[in-house]
Design a protein around this ligand. Structure first.
Ligand SMILES: Nc1ncnc2c1ncn2[C@@H]1O[C@H](COP(=O)(O)OP(=O)(O)OP(=O)(O)O)[C@@H](O)[C@H]1O
Ligand SMILES: [Mg+2]
Length: 210
């Protein structure tokens, strides 16, 4: 089936872009293609003018590790690693010292409100806590492009807003961009622009906040 068709958009550095649309409209598929996870059948994905889908597999792996932070809709935490170890993974893959990576991971867990959960395995965390671990893991290495797929779906309104406000204030800067897929109208106020998707296509674009 065709999940995404003829989609054309630009995400600018310095902005927080929201993509909204009904379930099954192709949002996760689109995010997977722009972040170097799923190869599109046609079209290009340019980052700073370079088409990422012309890279070799090794270059793509480097791109994902060094440029992208991704919060998956279903978290994808490693079940046998503690929260701190999960968050430390991107740093360890970048060959940082293990202990330093764990210290940095714990700092980010504190930032997302999970200071006392760092030694816990994912199975013992609530859905919202797992989501926050996933967010900490996505931002720990300071990626240029941060992609969040339904980051607040399991969070209560206040926690969700707090985390998105934090990401906007502390992670976003003029050299970074954040793309968020969400159904959660409670966080729309943080969007710089909102793209609407339906049936794999873009159906509208809002400037500013709703
Ligand atoms: N690996 C796959 N194989 C076949 N069909 C798929 C696959 N992944 C997604 N699809 C289909 O593509 C369409 C878009 O799926 P996608 O997960 O991108 O939607 P979504 O907008 O993220 O939905 P949701 O809001 O429920 O997360 C759906 O109809 C889905 O069933
Ligand atoms: Mg999805």
């Amino acid at each position: 089936m065709t999940a995404v068709n003829g989609v054309d958009f630009v995400a600018h550095f310095g902005e927080m872009l929201f993509i909204v649309g009904p379930s099954g409209s192709g949002k996760t598929t689109l995010l997977s293609m722009v972040s170097g996870i799923l190869r599109p059948n046609a079209g290009t994905v340019s980052v700073n003018g370079d088409d990422i889908w012309t890279l070799t597999n090794d270059q793509l792996a480097d791109f994902r590790l060094n440029r992208i932070g991704f919060v998956f809709q279903d978290y994808h935490l490693f079940p046998r690693l503690t929260s701190a170890e999960n968050v430390a993974i991107p740093l360890i893959l970048k060959h940082l010292d293990w202990n330093e990576s764990i210290v940095a991971a714990k700092k980010y867990l504190e930032i997302v409100g999970l200071k006392d959960r760092s030694e816990i395995l994912p199975v013992k965390l609530s859905g919202g806590e797992q989501q926050r671990v996933a967010i900490a893991r996505a931002i720990v290495s300071g990626p240029q492009i941060l992609i969040l797929d339904e980051p607040t779906a399991s969070l209560d309104g206040d926690t969700g807003k707090m985390i998105i406000a934090f990401v906007k204030e502390k992670v976003l800067n003029k050299d970074r961009c954040i793309v968020i897929v969400t159904h959660d109208a409670r966080i729309n106020e943080y969007a710089d622009r909102i793209i609407h998707m339906e049936d794999g296509r873009i159906t509208g674009l809002d400037k500013g906040t709703e």
